[in-house]
Design a protein around this ligand. Structure first.
Ligand code: GDP
Ligand code: ZN
Length: 324
């Protein structure tokens, strides 16, 4: 039995990198195939058998995941789908010339929910010529993110990516890159790698957005150290059950709330609210509190809808997990 890491998935056959660096195409053992939930995903550490005279390795076991991106189904009818695992850092890409703050706050929650370290990469710096706009956007993003892990980069200027490369290299991290299509993820990977490995497509004239055609996910080694995974199309990463992610993304607010006078303080009007006091004292950005309250409310709404859907389903005599 040997141990390896799934570095690529195509046509259903995981490509596994062994400790020796050798790459071997694998298939799942019958015992795993039977359990529909157990499929290796990119980043998984797996145990494989290399039977004589067999051209593929056999994945016998998938080791427990330390971090993972899970696509959940709000209706809970489908099995949650894991998209990538065992990464150390999530990089959220947004174009600096038009940061979508609503989207960013969701991306932050989803990123924190994985349990990995989180940083934001503002792309296309060359498109913002005005210094004040540049600085204002950075300030707003930092206020929302709640830390200084915000990097401004441009594909036109490879040196702008040095700090990102350094962050990934420290501790030999595996980073996952997420963000809307067209924000410049593939371009970023190409600059980090130092060559065109991810296909990018020209910006469409009409809306200034690019589209790209990367379909398979892959763990790409970087010359400066560490690895990066470009995760195209993380659509469907919804906010259901994101409470844990919200708590992690807004840990300083959760800590402040411990000192609120009322246990169930909503941090709106109550007396003795430590969270509002921090906003008034200038130690907590009002944007962060707004964003926190909005996301909590949305999460509660989704959960209420789900409880309702569940109630209707059971009344109709459709238990949640029907026997297959
Ligand atoms: P992805 O969909 O997130 O992978 O985005 P791409 O990397 O394919 O980039 C989308 C479009 O934005 C392409 O036309 C890129 O040339 C363009 N682009 C990416 N990075 C930059 C940048 O730093 N500056 C400018 N001006 N354009 C960029
Ligand atoms: Zn409070």
């Amino acid at each position: 039995m040997q141990q390896g890491v799934v570095v690529k998935l195509d046509r259903g056959y995981p490509l596994v990198r062994l400790a020796s660096g050798a790459l071997i195409r694998c298939e799942h053992a019958t015992s795993l195939v039977k359990k529909k939930t157990d499929r290796a995903v990119i980043g998984d550490r797996v145990q494989i058998e290399l039977p004589d005279g067999h051209e593929k390795g056999i994945i016998e076991a998938i080791l427990p995941r330390t971090t993972q991106f899970v696509r959940k189904d709000p209706t809970e009818r489908a099995v949650p789908q894991t998209l990538a695992s065992n990464f150390d850092l999530v990089l959220i890409a947004q174009p600096i010339e038009e940061v979508n703050f609503k989207r960013l706050e969701r991306e932050l929650v989803l990123a924190h929910e994985t349990g990995a370290q989180v940083a934001v990469v503002l792309t296309k710096a060359d498109l913002v010529s005005e210094r004040t706009q540049f600085e204002e956007t950075c300030k707003q993003v930092k206020a929302l993110v709640g830390n200084d892990q915000v990097f401004v980069v441009s594909q036109e200027d490879p040196t702008s990516l040095e700090r990102v490369a350094q962050l990934i290299a420290e501790g030999d991290k595996t980073a996952v890159l997420i963000g809307r299509s067209g924000v410049g993820k593939s371009s970023l990977v190409n600059v980090l790698v130092g060559e065109e490995i991810q296909e990018t497509t020209p910006v469409r004239e009409s809306d200034g957005r690019g589209r790209h055609t990367t379909v398979s996910r892959e763990i790409i080694p970087l010359p400066s150290g560490g690895y990066i995974i470009d995760m195209p199309g993380v659509r469907g990463l919804g906010l259901w059950d994101a409470e844990q992610g919200i708590r992690a993304a807004f840990s300083e607010i959760e800590a402040l709330a411990e000192s609120c006078k009322f246990r169930d303080c909503s941090h709106q009007q109550e007396t003795g609210c430590a969270v509002r006091a921090a906003v008034e004292a200038g130690t907590l950005a009002p944007e962060r509190l707004e964003s926190y309250l909005r996301l909590k409310e949305e999460c509660a709404d989704v959960q209420a809808k789900r409880v309702e859907a569940e109630r209707i389903r059971t009344r109709r005599g459709h238990p949640r997990h029907r026997a297959k």
